[in-house]
Design a protein around this ligand. Structure first.
Ligand SMILES: Nc1nc2c(ncn2[C@@H]2O[C@H](COP(=O)(O)OP(=O)(O)O)[C@@H](O)[C@H]2O)c(=O)[nH]1
Ligand SMILES: [Mg+2]
Length: 209
């Protein structure tokens, strides 16, 4: 559910970073935030819950181009992963245009990843969103950890990627794979927007509201 701002000629897309607690969602957002020049990004906003935070900021990427003359602004959100923040996660997913599922590659976290993926599906279903059509990419994070501690990418694919969506190995702590993941989801969201909803910007360009 992207927002179209006719005054600034911008389309805003909402991307939610989803996944189990401590998989590296906040680390992804901080890395991206640091890399975006100051004049192209808004404030990093943090909504504190007791032990974790919902974070978001928006920015205008340099290299993603325009749709029907509108530039595209991205709003990135993270959700708290802990089981008891179910209500927050559901709220943050509302109106999402795309989801990045950040999995923790540590072998001992495999069950948590699977549980969180099921939780994502359940929450999307509650928003009446068809899980199979929601733009989604997976990130296998913490691939920098010793081989003996992490699952291999094929193992993670087997456990999590039944839709066979694009997936990215990452080390968000050092930034490896972070922008590849973001470009992956942005590309899918924008292709979908220009294929499906080119009419609102087009009518605006003709003077409509
Ligand atoms: N080794 C390693 N640690 C990471 C990576 N990404 C995040 N972490 C660490 O994992 C912990 C949880 O990260 P955080 O971003 O807060 O997870 P969140 O709960 O998903 O937001 C922190 O101590 C991070 O420094 C990574 O790619 N590699
Ligand atoms: Mg976090």
């Amino acid at each position: 559910m992207s927002l179209v701002n006719y005054a600034t000629r911008e389309i805003t897309c909402k991307i939610v970073y989803y996944g189990p607690g401590r998989s590296g969602k906040t680390t992804n957002l901080h890395y991206i935030y640091e890399q975006v020049p100051g004049d192209r990004k808004g404030q990093m906003v943090s909504l504190a819950t007791q032990t974790d935070r919902t974070l978001f900021f928006d920015f205008l990427p340099l290299d993603l181009g325009t749709i029907s003359g509108f530039s595209t602004r991205f709003q990135l959100y993270t959700v708290p992963g802990q089981v008891y923040y179910q209500a927050t996660r559901k709220l943050v997913l509302h109106g999402a245009d795309g989801v990045v599922f950040v999995a923790d590659s540590q072998a001992r976290q495999l069950a948590e990843n699977v549980e969180s993926m099921q939780d994502l599906h359940a929450n999307l279903a509650e928003h009446d969103i068809d899980v199979r059509t929601m733009p989604l990419v997976l990130q296998y994070n913490k691939q920098d950890l010793p081989r003996s501690l992490i699952s291999t990418v094929p193992e993670l694919e087997d456990a999590l990627n039944f839709r066979e969506v694009p997936s990215f190995a990452a080390d968000a702590l050092h930034g490896t794979g972070v922008f590849e993941t973001l470009r992956g989801i942005a590309g899918i969201v924008l292709r979908r927007l220009s294929a499906g909803t080119s009419s609102p910007p087009a009518s605006a360009a003709a003077g409509g509201r």
